[in-house]
Design a protein around this ligand. Structure first.
Ligand SMILES: [Zn+2]
Length: 87
């Protein structure tokens, strides 16, 4: 039942009836119900907006972790010796 909705009435106050020919209709306006998509458009836009905000943060965290591991690398005494010998 929840997969169908009335596009004209508020989603909070909808109640559905079955017409004599078996078609689901809205209890308020008597229009046939519309089948919902797998992801409704409002949720999809919300996910896109949220990922637009979260993606730079995730990329920044990845870069910070990469820099952190690179900076830590010469602290190893063996590589530090090798680096000084090469110079
Ligand atoms: Zn309606």
């Amino acid at each position: 039942m929840s997969r169908y909705y009335c596009p004209f009435c508020s989603s909070r106050y909808q109640f559905y009836e079955t017409r004599s020919d078996g078609v689901l209709i809205c209890g308020h306006c008597r229009d046939p119900l519309v089948k919902k998509g797998f992801i409704n458009s409002r949720r999809f836009i919300g996910v896109v907006a949220a990922s637009a905000f979260l993606a730079p943060i995730v990329i920044m965290i990845i870069y910070v972790i990469n820099d952190f591991t690179k900076e830590k690398f010469p602290n190893n005494s063996e590589t530090l010796v090798l680096l000084t010998i090469d110079k």
